[in-house]
Design a binder for this molecule. Sequence first.
Ligand SMILES: Cc1ncc(C[n+]2csc(CCOP(=O)(O)OP(=O)(O)O)c2C)c(N)n1
Ligand SMILES: [Mg+2]
Length: 344
Amino acid sequence: MLNTLREPESETIHLGFKELYLSAFKWMLLSRTVEDKVAALWHAGKIAGGCYLGKGQEAVSVAVGIMLRPGDIFAPLIRDQAGRLAFGEPLFDILRTYLGKKTGPMRGRDGNVHRGRPKERIYPMVSHLGAATSLITGALMARRMRGETGFVGATSIGDGGSSTGSFHEGLNLAAVERVPLVMTVTNNRYAYSTPNSRQFACHDLVDRAIGYGVEGYSMDGTDLKECLEIASHAVDRARSGFGVQMIVASCVRLSGHAEHDDGFYMDKALLDSPIGRDCLSVAQAHVVEQGWADEVMVREWRQQAKAQVEDTLQQVQREPAPDPAEEDWHSLASAHLIDPEYAE
Ligand SMILES: Cc1ncc(C[n+]2csc(CCOP(=O)(O)OP(=O)(O)O)c2C)c(N)n1
Ligand SMILES: [Mg+2]
């Protein structure tokens, strides 16, 4: 089984919309499958620490991740599993990190979603909300100063995280510097248990784009078709020199904040509303309606995703945990762990 970084979807630009949609749908399936497995492992007490899922946000995340090319930067957040996979993160990284294995990219030092691969430009997630905004802006500025061209960076934030000072400062700087950044704000209506009404007073978060002086888009985060169209446009605009692109996606978090939270405080009416739809079911219905696959074929894809996750898990479970006595305790920023080009 593939155990190295898969080439990101560099071929994306050559795909027709049907192929792009199907590819995105399969990443969503794999993302949901591996996250369901991780949740089951967490409930079985096999995972230490928290378990954060992107259930219901796969369409938003995959749409951006699949548009990126090798050499672009992706700084994912907690609910970006689908985008990580589409950008090239191997399935092994997820299970090795959650299970605290020495073989994982964080060498057993992180329990869940703060993993990354700086060499391949998947930035390890910064827990402090909003902090990744200035980090990726700085990285994009640095590459521009080195004379590089043609790259973009993408990161995401939630409705709650978009209220932090770090986010405002970072996005303002990104806008002033006109860096090629695609910033996705996924409004899933809650920041842990805090609803939108206690988070911001503006009518729609996309209105903030005007204040920052950047191009903004609203999209239905439950509709993969719309997500792909908008993400494609925004990534192209960023790559073509039009500066920061802010996408505001609407959906509802289809799980608690993490597996330790059952989301009892969530408004059930929201779940019954159009934005409460499960993007994976919506995407599947679209695939079948378009005649791109029938139910049998989709079931087969689900089985394949399941088999891939189970095979990976079986191997990962046999791998060792780190031995503290033998650890070198180097951080991910240590020169030999990052790209020599960036090590000076
Ligand atoms: C500065 C900061 N404050 C608080 C937290 C704890 N925290 C992590 S996620 C989260 C809720 C985030 O909500 P939102 O931005 O809407 O994203 P969502 O979880 O809905 O995807 C909180 C409060 C944190 N990581 N960083
Ligand atoms: Mg939220």
